[in-house]
Design a protein around this ligand. Structure first.
Ligand SMILES: Nc1nc2c(c(=O)[nH]1)N[C@H]1C(S)=C(S)[C@@H](COP(=O)(O)OP(=O)(O)OC[C@H]3O[C@@H](n4cnc5c(N)ncnc54)[C@H](O)[C@@H]3O)O[C@H]1N2
Ligand code: MOO
Length: 393
């Protein structure tokens, strides 16, 4: 059995990265850029007004001038206007500045008497309220770096320069096999001896949260031949194979043998941790294979701690093994030495509360947990206030 640290080091050294490609801008949220982005155009594309008001020529140097009443320049205007000497032209936010003008006086700060436009010149400087062409970026400027996460803000930036397709690291395709004769689908009345499948729902939705779209789930009864044919089939068709359950030492745990038969190379099996001790990770060519212990808390914890960082690095994210941070414990904590404990916890107001209901079958604490806490193998007691590593979902 290896330690948590050894397992994470092995995975980190064996990183697999995904293919690159392009996706539609609106499909790119949460993915990572696979190339630097240079702006194809100047933004703003033309000098335009930052206010509803009046465009003037500063050099006229007067606080009173003729209002050219027949002209109004709106946003979207494509006409070409020129400001005469000692003139002011009505203009609206986003509209192109007329030739000859260089300043906009905001409408609340002017007075109009008949055809005469007046303002207090002391309140303005040359260039006021004009958004200059290229002020955001000029053509060819590096606006986003390779490896950056595509956030809603990044999508706004890329849209502002007109990109409809975005170069990204493509997410892996994932096949999930859920093992166990006892599994029933949610929505049906539960029978004696059975359990609702929760792992399938956790894995599918957690993968979706990470940006994985191509997901297929198969259920397998505890029959070695059926399991073998499902493993063989999924391993041909998916970048990543995740199996839930059947990886322990019971008579009906056929997963490890099935993976060996499919030429999967074992990276490790069993970690000194609770929950999730019998975690198995293997690989084949450019594929990850994760066999997660079936207990629900073990599946979720192993996904958060091991599968998620591997898939995030596949998708171009960096530093995926870092904890979210360190925070002080709200109460004393005691455990046995020898295993790293991952605990469901709640981070709130700068401290960490360990929740009750930590058993491997018990999902109650997961309903309120917003992070997983790591207590190292050699620790027996941590007094209140001790700094601990935590990992957000
Ligand atoms: N003799 C030993 N027995 C066990 C050991 C051990 O070291 N020696 N390890 C225990 C630990 S720790 C874990 S974790 C489990 C892992 O077992 P498996 O990966 O083989 O998982 P299963 O036996 O198939 O299932 C375990 C448990 O989880 C429930 N389950 C399974 N799949 C689902 C699902 N999709 N949704 C909800 N619940 C699921 C299943 O009904 C079992 O109760 O082994 C221990 N045993
Ligand atoms: O480690 Mo098992 O994952 O305790 O239930």
């Amino acid at each position: 059995m290896i330690s948590v640290e050894e397992a994470k080091n092995l995975l980190n050294q064996h990183q697999l990265s995904g293919k690159t490609g392009t996706v539609a801008l609106d499909e790119s949220l949460g993915l990572f850029l696979s190339a630097d982005i240079q702006s194809p155009i100047d933004i703003p594309f033309f000098d335009n007004s930052a206010m509803d008001g009046y465009a003037i020529r500063w050099q006229d140097g007067q606080s009173s001038r003729k209002l050219r009443a027949e002209t109004k320049i709106r946003a979207g205007e494509i006409g070409n206007f020129t400001l005469g000497e000692d003139e002011a032209i009505r203009i609206f936010t986003g509209a192109p500045i007329p030739n000859g003008a260089d300043t906009v006086i905001q409408q609340e700060l002017v007075s109009i008497e008949g055809n005469l436009f007046n303002f207090d010149i002391e309140n303005f400087s040359k260039g006021a309220n004009v958004r200059k062409k290229g002020a955001q970026n000029t053509t060819g400027t590096l606006i986003a770096k390779k490896g950056s996460e595509i956030t809603p803000g990044m999508i706004g930036l890329l849209a502002s320069v007109g990109l409809d397709q975005v170069p990204v690291y493509l997410p892996p395709t994932v096949g999930i096999i859920l093992t166990g004769d006892e599994l029933m689908e949610v929505g049906e009345p539960l029978s004696f001896g059975k359990v609702y499948d929760s792992n399938g729902h956790v894995l599918k939705t957690y993968l979706q949260k990470l940006g994985v779209k191509a997901i297929e789930i198969a259920k397998s009864i505890d029959d070695p031949d059926l399991l073998q044919s499902q493993i063989n089939d999924f391993i041909q068709r998916y970048d990543v194979l995740i199996i839930s359950g059947g990886i322990s030492v019971g008579e009906f745990d056929f997963v490890k043998k099935g993976l060996e038969n499919a030429s999967v190379k074992e990276l490790f099996y069993k970690i000194k941790q609770k929950p999730g001790k019998p975690l198995y990770v293997g690989f084949r060519d450019h594929q990850w294979i994760f066999a997660l212990p079936g207990n629900p808390a073990s599946t979720l914890t192993c996904f958060n701690q091991y599968v998620k960082p591997c898939l995030e690095s596949w998708m171009g994210k960096s530093n995926t093994w870092q904890p979210t941070g360190l925070l002080p414990l709200k109460e004393d904590y005691r455990k046995k030495q020898g295993l790293t404990f991952f605990l469901k916890a709640k981070e709130q107001n700068g401290s960490i509360e360990i929740l009750s209901g930590q058993e491997s079958f018990n999902l109650i604490s997961y309903g309120v947990a917003n992070c997983i806490l790591e207590i190292p193998e050699d620790i027996e007691f941590l007094p209140k206030g001790s700094m601990v590593k935590f990992y957000k979902w």
